[in-house]
Design a protein around this ligand. Structure first.
Ligand SMILES: [Zn+2]
Length: 368
């Protein structure tokens, strides 16, 4: 356990026990943030940061956002060695346009971009939640993850040996009416586009999860990372079974500390049981306070801890959470070992950067 004395000797605030990789985040094409984020990383013991959407830029408007296809070479030009990238390939288009009219052409273009971006250094494929909720074909039908027309893309990821991080569905309450009883009322009022309660327009949460789960089962060669506790943080039994049934699946728990931190005992057993399959990521604008909240949650038995909101503030929580005090070997796997096993080409930059990340020699040795 880091005492405040250790903290003073180390890098500022509640440093993590082991070096960290933030394996789920987004720069959204705004490269001017990189310097500031690096400073936060230095102060927080974060060695590497993944920009999952390195070929998408975003414009915020009217409580929602709009995508634009960006240029991944700009990521490599403007970010430093502290950042690595996933590509969204062709899944980078505005959600208001049809995703494709000619499926064969779409497959071909997606596969070409995946190969091109992987050759440039992209470490994985990211698919946003718009698949299943917004993206349509030219007949106006929603395209779901288990659509046969997408199957060659998942197989190509296996051939390229890159993981697919795919976000499907969202917290339970995002699919329920936006009333004051809704546990995420404050967030849904602030970001109305996050509500999928309109059942005439959107499929239900379970339909999205079931289609996803069928897909991961049908593509056992492909390695999938299912973020946000496989988007069913409210039901760890379900996620536990999913992990048991599908050795090709890993999860991250980005932006779900609130959900899992309200059941600390169940969550602790879950994390210990699946310690080889869980990846650290935050998926929010980072600050020393955000990282510190994660470290306190994972490493201490503290209560109450205020969990960060989805946008990195600490204003809209309805409940506080309790720390898990995970064992050291579990922390080390979650903080960096599991993602290094999933993406072995990160090992070399990780080892090299450790020297510059403010960790003592003793801590660096412990990180191996
Ligand atoms: Zn994300």
């Amino acid at each position: 356990m880091n005492s405040w004395k250790d903290v003073q000797k180390g890098w500022g605030v509640w440093g993590p026990k082991f070096p960290v990789i933030d394996a789920h985040n987004h720069l959204w094409g705004d490269w001017t943030q990189c310097r500031g984020i690096e400073k936060v990383m230095d102060a927080s013991g974060v060695v590497l940061y993944c920009d999952l959407t390195a070929n998408i830029s975003i414009a915020w408007a009217g409580g929602g956002y709009e995508f634009q296809t960006g240029d991944i070479t700009e990521f490599f030009r403007h970010s430093s060695e502290r950042f690595y990238a996933f590509t969204a390939a062709t899944f980078s288009r505005s959600k208001t346009l049809p995703l494709f009219s000619d499926a064969a052409q779409f497959q071909e273009e997606t596969i070409r971009l995946m190969r091109e971006h992987a050759a440039l250094g992209a470490k994985g494929l990211k698919i946003l939640k718009e698949l299943g909720l917004h993206y349509r074909d030219d007949s106006g039908n929603l395209i779901f993850m288990d659509d046969d027309r997408l199957a060659p893309i998942w197989e190509e990821a296996a051939d390229l040996d890159i993981p697919v991080l795919i976000h499907q569905s969202d917290p339970f309450w995002f699919f329920e009416p936006v009333t004051p009883e809704n546990e995420h009322y404050e967030s849904l009022k602030k970001y109305p586009a996050w509500s999928f309660a309109d059942r005439k327009r959107y499929p239900g949460k379970m339909e999205l999860l079931e289609r996803r789960d069928r897909t991961v089962k049908n593509h056992p060669r492909t390695r999938f990372i299912l973020p946000h506790v496989a988007n069913y943080a409210e039901n760890l039994d379900y996620v536990s079974r999913l992990l048991d049934d599908n050795p090709n699946v890993s999860i991250d728990f980005s932006a779900r500390m609130d959900e899992i931190g309200r059941n600390p005992q169940e969550t602790r057993s879950f994390m210990v049981q699946h310690q080889d399959r869980i990846i650290f990521g935050t998926d929010m604008p980072v600050s020393e306070e955000v990282y510190r909240a994660y470290y306190r949650f994972l490493e201490t038995r503290d209560e109450p801890i205020v969990p960060p909101d989805y946008d990195g503030t600490f204003e809209r929580y309805r409940w506080k959470i309790t720390g898990l005090e995970l064992p050291d070997e579990v922390l080390k796997k979650i903080y960096h070992q599991n993602i290094l096993d999933l993406i072995p080409s990160l090992r070399e930059p990780f080892a090299k950067l450790l020297e510059f990340s403010g960790f003592s020699q003793e801590q660096q040795n412990k990180a191996d």
